[in-house]
Design a protein around this ligand. Structure first.
Ligand code: DI6
Ligand code: FE
Length: 408
């Protein structure tokens, strides 16, 4: 057995392992050996001995006092990098103006585009860092960050560089996603197909070293099915993963199309149909639900959770942190809303911010569960169970985050 540098003992371990028959993959009276940032072994404690060192002398022992240890949390859908905010539009909506109506009048995404184009990289980094620190303060150790507020090559690349910079400055894993097809920019309003040409022919090739996925907002107020298909194909041709914002305000059929093209996740899904759920199951595509946008836009159409459950589609939950539809910096609250608003079970919701969020980023071989060989991204909490963790609203019972087995 490999001699670890650190041993975690005396925790209620929620491994979230699918191999376990127990809820949350709970492990009691086990110790975890960590070596070089990875989980080296997970062993049952020998009741005849009063220590849990498993014979490993001179290693760092972390005692959990019988409290909860979980995988590091994963926010698999965010627009964390952006300039300004849209509190004014939120107020307009509360005075009766519609989200789509505001968007059609050049507000919405395009107002954030204007601010983001004008912002420097350091300004974008600073404003996003404050949001990231809230999420990390709740145990997030991996986050997906999209571009999408530049809508030109220069600014989209600027946003992706800022997103990737967090990995060198903070104990966080970042997956960057190009969302050049977020909205049609002002200069292409009369010729959106020419903008899709720019995204496919110039933006994706220029961004391929700065991102792992490409995303499209396929919606009545954004890009059509055919335009989305073109962007997906250009992404696949560049060796990048595809994701899609789909069926959020209407059913366009983008989720099923993206799944058939190999999408690693399809996101929002309020208007997903039963047949769409079957297609996601056939292609093992992750369904990412975004309760923050549902709640902030005062939506009434809930995503078909029962149908996703019946088809055993893996469901992830994320903040969709963005200044317009989901100015949210709490992933624990999103898990709570997935239960209270979408009627998911607490175990499903917790899998949505760990194991299934890892699948939505195609990182489930590295993170998302406490299993041998995976990164030792762990979080110690001052509660006994994951349901206690997401049951309370506003509490954050975090004790310590371990990123690669080291306090962070
Ligand atoms: N769907 C959304 O809800 C956000 N983007 C998207 O594709 C909205 C982004 C914004 O309003 O700034
Ligand atoms: Fe989004």
């Amino acid at each position: 057995m490999m001699t670890p540098d650190t041993i975690f003992k005396n925790f209620q371990i929620a491994s979230m392992s699918e191999a376990s028959p127990l809820a949350y993959g709970m492990l009691e009276n086990h110790s975890i050996g960590v070596s070089d940032g990875k989980i080296a072994w997970i062993l049952p404690d020998d009741p005849s001995k009063n220590d849990c060192s498993h014979g490993a002398e001179g290693v760092r022992i972390i005692d959990g006092d019988g409290q909860l240890l979980t995988p590091g949390l994963i926010d698999c859908h965010s627009h964390l990098v952006h300039a300004g905010n849209r509190a004014n539009e939120w107020e307009m909506r509360l005075h009766g103006r519609g989200y789509e109506e505001i968007a059609r009048e050049g507000g919405g995404i395009l107002s954030t585009v204007k601010a983001t184009r004008a912002a420097s990289e350091s300004e974008l980094f600073q404003s996003a860092e404050s949001r990231l620190r809230y999420l990390m303060g709740e145990g997030v150790t991996t986050i997906e960050i999209k571009s999408g507020y530049g809508l030109n090559v220069e600014t989209e690349l600027k946003m992706l560089r800022v997103a990737k910079e967090f990995e060198s400055k903070l104990p966080i894993r970042v997956q960057a996603t190009l969302l050049g097809a977020h909205s049609v920019p002002p200069e292409y309003q009369t010729n959106p197909d020419a903008y899709v040409d720019l995204v496919c022919g110039e933006m994706i090739p220029a961004a391929r070293e700065l991102c792992t996925s490409v995303d499209v907002f396929c919606e009545s107020i954004a890009f059509s099915l055919d335009q989305a298909r073109r962007v997906f194909q250009a992404s696949l041709d560049s060796g990048l993963n595809i994701k899609v914002h789909a069926e959020q305000l209407t059913r366009m059929g983008a989720a099923a199309m993206a799944a058939k093209m190999g999408a690693i996740s399809v996101d929002h899904l309020e208007y997903l149909s039963e047949s769409d759920c079957e297609v996601l199951a056939q292609h093992q595509t992750v369904a990412t639900l975004l309760p923050g946008a549902f709640y902030c836009l005062n939506e009434t159409q809930r995503p078909p959770v029962d149908c996703l459950r019946k088809n055993e589609v893996p469901v992830a939950i994320a903040t969709d942190c963005n200044p317009g539809s989901s100015p949210v910096v709490s992933l624990l609250l999103m898990a709570n809303m997935a239960c209270n608003l979408f009627r998911m079970t607490p175990e499903e919701a917790f899998a949505g911010i760990t194991r299934n969020a890892a699948k939505a980023l195609k990182l489930d071989n590295q993170i998302g569960t406490i299993e041998v060989g995976k990164a030792a991204d762990l979080v110690a909490w001052a509660v006994k169970s994951p349901s206690e963790l997401i049951y309370s609203i506003g509490a954050n019972p975090i004790r310590q985050v371990y990123f690669g087995g080291r306090e962070s």
